[in-house]
Design a protein around this ligand. Structure first.
Ligand code: G
Ligand code: G
Ligand code: MN
Ligand code: NA
Length: 253
């Protein structure tokens, strides 16, 4: 309860910050980033989203927080469009609580318009676990988002239970291999064959595949050799303030 009222205060007093973690292609070019929330609590210090997102979801504070995240994201994209970063894609995590709102798609469309941002520069990360809920509603919302032109990534992929026939019917642009499948991959761990299967599955469904939690060069190389399209992880770059990412971007292109 304390955390909840602190979180309400945080939202109103700019204690929330949006970090970004770069995403790279096989030629190690930075082609996008994932936006990740950070909370600088005045007493507790840095509170992880793993801790406060569940609190935000339970209290529904995730709704104003999620809207704030979308606005910050679109404001950045609008800047980048003027700075020769027109192909750069920013991915934003969407909570199941947000996505289940009747006006979610309208909200996204309204914010894109407000910031005059091309829809295909914004990617929404939905988790595989969200797919377990109202199938018709999910399909309808994803199709409405696709009609606007927004990209859809399926986060934490491989940890849920989506059936192939269901996946096939969803307009998903990208599968994000959960980091648990990437750990020790280069040592031929059991998860290596799973990661390889996810890459083939994604490609056979016409989807792009990104690996998260890439911590070492051998992991990057292994995944790249298997045809994985994009890479994200501490071994390439940690989540950082947006200014730092822009410096890194300018130094690497
Ligand atoms: O950044 P970190 O790895 O600590 O993130 C932990 C969890 O918090 C991840 O599951 C991530 O998806 C989630 N998360 C981070 N930022 C956001 C956000 O802006 N919105 C939502 N809904 N979840 C987020
Ligand atoms: O659930 P989601 O995929 O949105 O969570 C992303 C989380 O993964 C972020 O909290 C981010 O800090 C974390 N993360 C990003 N790269 C790595 C990595 O290479 N290793 C580990 N252990 N975590 C990572
Ligand atoms: Mn994510
Ligand atoms: Na994930």
């Amino acid at each position: 309860v304390q955390l909840e009222s602190d979180l309400r205060h945080a939202l109103e007093h700019d204690e929330l910050q949006l970090f970004v973690q770069p995403q790279w292609n096989g030629m190690r070019e930075m082609v996008g980033a994932e936006a990740l929330l950070r909370w600088h609590h005045p007493e507790r210090g840095m509170v992880s989203p793993g801790v406060f997102i569940p609190v935000a979801e339970e209290s529904r504070l995730i709704l104003p927080i999620g809207e704030w995240v979308l606005r910050v994201a679109c404001a950045w994209i609008a800047q980048w469009q003027k700075q020769e970063m027109t192909a750069f894609i920013l991915s934003v995590n969407v909570s199941a609580v947000q996505f289940s709102q009747d006006d979610f798609v309208d909200q996204v469309q309204r914010i894109l318009k407000e910031y005059n941002v091309p829809a295909n520069s914004l990617q929404l990360e939905l988790t595989e676990s969200m797919l377990a809920h109202d199938e018709q509603d999910i399909i309808a919302k994803m199709e409405a988002l696709k009609a606007i032109g927004v990209l859809i990534s399926l986060d934490d992929f491989g940890t849920g239970y989506s059936s192939l026939s269901y996946l096939h019917r969803l307009p998903i642009d990208q599968l994000k291999i959960d980091q648990s499948f990437v750990a020790n991959i280069e040592q031929g761990a059991k998860n290596a064959s799973l990661a390889e299967s996810i890459i083939s599955l994604g490609h056979s469904l016409g989807m792009e595949v990104i690996a998260e939690g890439v911590e070492t060069d051998p992991q990057f190389k292994w995944l790249n050799d298997k045809g994985c399209d994009l890479f994200q992880g501490f071994g390439l770059a940690r989540p950082m303030p947006v200014e730092d990412m822009l410096s890194l971007y300018r130094n690497t292109v």
